[in-house]
Design a protein around this ligand. Structure first.
Ligand code: XLS
Ligand code: MG
Ligand code: MG
Length: 412
């Protein structure tokens, strides 16, 4: 094997990703409502047991690269771009103006803003802590994020509450904490109504994002279903402004079927925004790129979303692995994730038109035509051959995903 010196490695990566083929042009990529988070591209590979592996990159660099790739929208936490101590000051206005310029230069738009209510030490006991000072500060932070969102032309605000739970049970009274958390969301919505009116803009869509654990041991609102119950609990003053930002992997983390989660959100009219990534059931929030682990499940998810007219935003909330360099983040991670998503989205369109699936599904719905009655055995006997179609549909979906074998053999 010939060693590859470091000054030739980027060229090798670029040549091999081109050799993979199947990439879409930036113009095509921009037609989809796909957003790139500031924090995803700027992630340096650090974690509790992991030192960073990539140098820092500023928002101008991230936005420029996203624009070149053809990612149409950018999303950010307030403190991804504004130091905590500068929030709400003139320095913030200066930075927001720079962001606006960078977006315009890259031909991008800001679609979503979110408040970091988990990283800073002030959130150790959550944004809905016992101390009124912490809660007042949380109100300031979410309202300030609403201001930034309107300033940048965003339409969505996301809330992942982070530490809304505990390591030690019994230390907080759950109903009290949930009421305080609702008060914070209410503050954001009420402020939004006032700002939107003043600016002649629509109010933002406020999207709650659940995660079952991490960074706490137990979480008070661990799943999208818990968030739906919270929205309908009567604690929110503007429940119509509040919906969900489910994250694909967060639902797998508690063992759910993400497609079923999304179906429940769709029925409730609350699927506002969707964080797209991949990973493993009942494990950590590893935020792997969309389609790298569960492509068949992703295909099925997108079939459901297309059937219900959900066209985005699809937010690339994943983390390029620690083994990827900054060159790799923009030459492999992001373009490849976008391209896998587009391919799966287009395949989902094919599934919806597929004549075999159509005929099988119609036949299942038509049933055997026996009159409804009380004879269980007769009903089963009349339908039993039709039900093989469930497995046949599964086979057809995998064929669409993998491509039919076209006579393929490799080893014999
Ligand atoms: C963390 C969340 C976070 C949210 C936005 O696990 O996914 O990135 O999407 O705060
Ligand atoms: Mg997320
Ligand atoms: Mg995640």
């Amino acid at each position: 094997m010939t060693p590859v010196p470091v000054n030739q490695q980027q060229a090798l990566v670029s040549r091999l990703i081109a050799a993979c083929g199947g990439s879409y042009s930036p113009e095509t990529r921009r037609r989809y409502y796909i957003s790139g988070p500031q924090w995803a591209a700027a992630y340096q590979g650090q974690a509790l047991f992991h030192a960073p592996t990539r140098p820092a990159i500023d928002f101008e660099g991230v936005i420029r690269k996203y624009g070149e790739i053809g990612i149409g929208y950018w999303t950010t936490h307030d403190t991804d771009v504004i130091p905590t101590e500068a929030l709400g000051t003139d320095k913030q206005s200066e930075i927001v103006a720079r962001i606006g310029k960078a977006l315009a230069n890259a031909g991008m738009k800001c679609s979503m803003v979110t408040t970091e209510t988990f990283y800073h030490a002030v959130w150790a006991a959550s944004p809905a802590a016992e101390d009124a000072g912490v809660r007042g500060y949380a109100d300031f932070r979410v309202k300030n994020t609403v201001d930034i969102g309107h300033e940048l032309g965003a339409n969505f605000a996301v809330y992942w509450p982070g530490s809304l739970g505990y390591y030690v049970q019994g230390a907080v009274e759950e109903t009290e904490t949930l009421k305080w958390y609702a008060a914070c969301i209410n503050a954001a919505c009420e402020h939004d109504i006032a700002v939107a009116k003043r600016k002649g803009r629509a109010t933002l869509k406020h999207c709650l994002e659940a995660k079952p654990f991490e960074p706490q041991a137990e979480i008070l609102l661990p799943t999208s279903d818990a968030m739906l119950a919270f929205i309908a609990s009567g604690l929110l003053t503007h429940p119509e402004m509040v919906g969900l930002n489910p994250e694909y992997l967060h639902e797998l983390m508690w063992g759910a079927a993400p497609r079923a989660v999304l179906a429940r959100a769709l029925l409730a009219g609350k699927l506002f925004h969707f964080d797209i990534n991949d990973g493993y059931r009942l494990k950590h929030d590893v935020d792997i790129g969309v389609g790298l682990v569960n492509p068949l499940d992703w295909l099925n998810v997108l079939v459901l979303l297309r059937a219900h007219g959900f066209n985005g935003p699809f937010n690339l909330d994943y983390k390029p692995p620690r083994t990827t360099s900054n060159h790799g983040v923009f030459s492999v991670s992001f373009p490849a994730a976008v391209d896998r998503f587009i391919t799966l989205w287009e395949m989902a369109g094919e599934v919806r038109e597929d004549p075999v699936i159509h005929e099988a599904t119609d036949a299942l719905k038509a049933g055997a035509g026996v009159a409804p009655g009380a004879d269980a055995k007769a009903i089963h006997e009349a339908n039993k051959e039709l039900l093989t179609l469930h497995e046949l549909i599964g086979h057809r979906l995998v064929q669409i995903l993998l491509g039919v074998h076209r006579g393929r053999t490799f080893s014999i």
